[in-house]
Ligand binder design. Sequence first.
Ligand code: PLP
Length: 242
Amino acid sequence: MSAPVLMIGGLDSSGGAGVLRDCAVANAFGVTARVAVTAVTAQSDHAVSAVHLVSPDTVRAQIAIAGQVGAVKIGMLGTAGTVRAVADTLPPAPCVLDPVLMSSSGHMLLDEAGTEALLDCLLPKTDLLTPNLPELSALARHFGLAPKEHEACVARLLQRGCGAVLVKGGHAGGTESVDRLYRPGLPVVPFTAPRTNSTLRGTGCRLASAIAAHLSKGARLVSAIETGKAHVHEALSSTSPP
Ligand code: PLP
């Protein structure tokens, strides 16, 4: 029996993304989930109509009462106060951080001060950061880099103490979707899947929570990513194109 995985993030009322999606993924892999909800959102696939932020103290309390876990997955955080609350109370377990900055419908899910706090307080406690290309460009701007200076941005993220960065290539063109794993002093490892024509909300949540669920089962990082990537590809393949 594997240790539970702790999912920290927002509740998406549509169930497409956020902690409801994270728990469904953990469940699919036979791993128990604990949850710390940072925000309650009202969403459809096309819009976010309301966001109620949970207080940092309540987020702290949810993390504290979760007890011992085998891994942590972090998604939407909302504000700098919540980022700091999470950084202060993070349990000692491998931590996968999906830097959720905006919903695919265009609603900001972490403010500017929150992004600064994430880079300052949470990044050094992160074992794996999973930005997509728009998120990496947004983080590059925080380092004073041009949005396309992806390699330089990854180098800065690793310098700040993040254990590894998985850059998700889903937003790039091409017939394949290639994610690349960067670790200090090691060769870059690519993870490739055929591109599908379908679109699906919460693919970032699915990948990060599948990786965390497998880390919780004791898998090594590369194997956890391989399984997570296959899981997302399977979900995309079973969705009809728009
Ligand atoms: N809403 C919440 C609560 C989330 O946690 C996330 C992603 O982690 C999103 C929305 C964004 O998902 P999508 O890009 O599918 O809109």
